[in-house]
Design a protein around this ligand. Structure first.
Ligand code: SAH
Length: 248
């Protein structure tokens, strides 16, 4: 039996947003590996072994997946959203590049998923309809100075901005600094979307001007989107719609 590794995105939360391609891979799998809450989204069944691990062990998890595939297992590595966006696909290839030569002969596929940014944008309207950039605000894997530089340059370029990992308990001060930088660079009126737990029963969307944006409005389940100078809010009886003009 020849093994393989699929790195799959489970989408932002709603089962209806798991692609048929990812569903098919999970049906064929013998093993699923991933971060605990993501593996918990995979239904157990006979013949399928679930391997959950903590968030901080991505390279070990990747090596485990590759070793199992080399032993003939059909392994799905699960991420939330899309596996290529701040997630396991890069970790898997990092392990592959540094690992034993025989891993390179394995069949490895990356199956896309709907990333949190796109789910959040769709819920709010169309804030990413013109040029935008994406920044991971976690400084776990890069220095804070680099985040600050990218924020300033994105503001200078008048991009709409989407932020993953905006704020955690272990580093609550970073996001407050990010908001200060943005107020300084973009002015107070710019609309900001806080989209929490999008497409899950806990979903909560809030649109506020930058001047009213508070660090506590974001946590690790929140996607933050800051508009560009072309981003508008349409007030409707069904709630506000956030969108960005397509032409400058
Ligand atoms: N690979 C994932 C992102 C992993 S980083 C993807 O493509 O979506 C984790 C961050 O994603 C969280 O801190 C949060 O900012 C965002 N996120 C993930 N799921 C979300 C959801 N359902 N609603 C809002 N933000 C979400």
């Amino acid at each position: 039996m020849s093994g393989w590794v699929v790195v799959a995105g489970l989408g932002p939360g709603d089962e209806a947003l798991v692609t048929p391609e990812v569903r098919a891979a999970l049906e064929q799998a013998t093993d699923v590996v991933g971060y605990i809450p993501y593996v918990a989204r995979v239904a157990p069944r006979a013949g399928l072994t679930l391997h959950s691990s903590d968030n901080r062990v991505e390279l070990e998890r990747a090596a485990h997946a590759l070793d199992m595939a080399a032993d003939g297992k059909r392994v799905v590595v699960v991420s939330s959203g899309d596996p290529g966006v701040f997630a396991m696909a890069s970790a898997l290839f990092e392990a592959l590049e540094a690992g034993p030569e025989h891993w390179r002969a394995l069949e490895i596929r990356v199956l896309p998923g709907i990333t949190a940014m796109l789910a959040a944008a769709a819920r709010a309207g169309a804030p990413l309809g013109h040029d935008f950039c994406v920044i991971n605000l976690s400084d776990n894997l890069k220095p804070w100075a680099l985040i600050e530089k990218r924020l300033r340059l994105a503001a200078e370029g008048d991009f709409a901005m989407a932020f993953y990992n905006p704020r955690s308990k272990s580093r609550p001060e970073g996001f407050a600094r990010a908001l200060d930088i943005l107020r300084d660079a973009c002015g107070d009126a710019r609309p900001v979307l806080f989209a929490r737990a999008v497409t899950t029963p806990q979903e909560d969307l809030r649109i506020v001007p930058l001047t009213d944006a508070r660090p506590e409005m974001a946590d690790m389940r929140t996607m933050v989107i800051v508009g560009s100078s072309l981003t508008r809010v349409i007030e409707t009886p069904r709630g506000p719609i956030l969108y960005t003009l397509r032409s400058a």
